[in-house]
Design a protein around this ligand. Sequence first.
Ligand SMILES: Nc1ncnc2c1ncn2[C@@H]1O[C@H](COP(=O)(O)OP(=O)(O)OP(=O)(O)O)[C@@H](O)[C@H]1O
Ligand SMILES: O=P(O)(O)OC[C@H]1O[C@H](OP(=O)(O)OP(=O)(O)O)[C@H](O)[C@@H]1O
Ligand SMILES: O=C(O)c1cccnc1
Length: 480
Amino acid sequence: MNYDNLTLHTDKYQINMMYAHWLQGSHKEKAVFEVYFRKLPFGNGYAVFAGLERIVHYIRNLRFGDEEIAYLRTQEENYREAFLDELRQFKFNGNLHAVPEGTLVFPNVPLVRVEASVFEAQLVETALLNFMNYQTLVATKASRVKQVAPHDVLLEFGTRRAQEADAAIWGARASYVAGFHATSNLRAGMLFGIPTKGTHAHAWVQAHDTEEEAFRKYAEALPDQVTLLVDTYDTLKSGVPNAIKTARFLQSQGKRMNAIRLDSGDLAYLSQQARKMLDEAGFPDVLIVASNDLDENIIEGLKTQDARIDIWGVGTQLITAADQPALGGVYKLVAREKNGEYVPVIKISGNPEKVSNPGFKEVYRILNKKTGKAEADYLALQHEADIKNGERIKLFDPIHPYIHKYIDDYEAVPLLQAVFAQGALVYELPTLEQIRDYHAEQKQIFWPQYLRKLNPEVYRVNLSTEAWKLKMDLIHQHQG
Ligand SMILES: Nc1ncnc2c1ncn2[C@@H]1O[C@H](COP(=O)(O)OP(=O)(O)OP(=O)(O)O)[C@@H](O)[C@H]1O
Ligand SMILES: O=P(O)(O)OC[C@H]1O[C@H](OP(=O)(O)OP(=O)(O)O)[C@H](O)[C@@H]1O
Ligand SMILES: O=C(O)c1cccnc1
């Protein structure tokens, strides 16, 4: 069994549609799809785009091998052999544009645009959404943790509670993009170059006759990175005093104890008391790590309670995005080829927010030249020149168009970058460090009111007048 081939990591209906297109001879016609989400997760003001690196590897390796073809034959007797032969030849030959990983992104903004034969474009929907929805969700959750502890060390501890192995490693990577400093998962470290960190478990203490002995042996084994878990029996009566003894022992060896870890109880109270005990014993530089089902709200609460915690280990709540376990990113057809030309298409809904934005579009981030800050994201049809030439543009609310303003003095930064051109990779994948740095820079171009974690100001995502008119025309056409 070849577990690595992700070509059939798609919904059956995609292959069914590919088959039906092939039968009617429309499978080579071009289609343009956009990936976007409609609602921000966690009540946050922005999301952190992630998933592109995985998408790139996936697209490059798309192939229907013998196993895939043989399996498809067993799943649908209608598939003709000639169709399966066509699949054998399959390779992604389309164009794919995407915003760079680490970009701050907003509802209804196209994050990935696929322009390819309908055959190719249909196949990749499921996997693209799978990768981007999860990784963007976890990066956004991690970013919220980062917001409440911007100057502390953040460790990703989630693997044991993650929704299986892929989620653990890509979630670790997404957390690192958003500003975490290290992961406990060594495979994520090996694959992506994320720094790794680890303390020890209760099992280490339980495996010895006394806590003191356990600490001493651990310090002897790993004298350069000693972080002792102090809550196995009694944090303040036993754990911290034994840790202090170990710190003295290390000192006598010319070494320094790194930290203690608290993993239960009232973390505010215990950290304050432990801090006091460590300081009084002459160890003001021994740090305090906390873990135990932490999330951004508990960490924020602990900070307002003056908890003396330097390092946060965050697992379950982060890796599972526990308070919102899915991002609702969608993949919508916006244009299709007809008689050699693109015609825009729309998806109508009773809910105005769910009506899709038709047409082959570009995305611009409008920066105010005076302040350098982002004013809005602006979706324009591809041919529109005024925005490209920096001419005066009108920004208006697409649902309430009478709310509007004009702007002249702006820089329009195109967000979608070419990743594949006619099937060839034309994008130099940035290193993870570059992505993480770029993400940190991204936060600087937004006013803090868009970034706050509770009731943030809504960032504008606007359609150009032409894109808006096109949408209205298509709505009227379909209603008429
Ligand atoms: N001062 C505090 N303010 C707010 N939340 C806290 C504070 N101290 C701890 N917490 C959080 O409260 C929750 C309480 O955890 P839990 O019910 O597991 O108790 P515990 O003492 O950790 O028990 P256990 O030994 O089972 O781990 C955890 O999510 C923890 O992070
Ligand atoms: O709480 P999380 O945010 O998910 O962080 C990871 C948790 O995993 C470990 O606990 P576990 O009970 O699995 O083992 P241990 O306490 O015996 O180490 C660790 O002690 C953390 O509490
Ligand atoms: O290193 C740790 O302390 C750790 C790692 C994974 C999960 N919980 C704790």
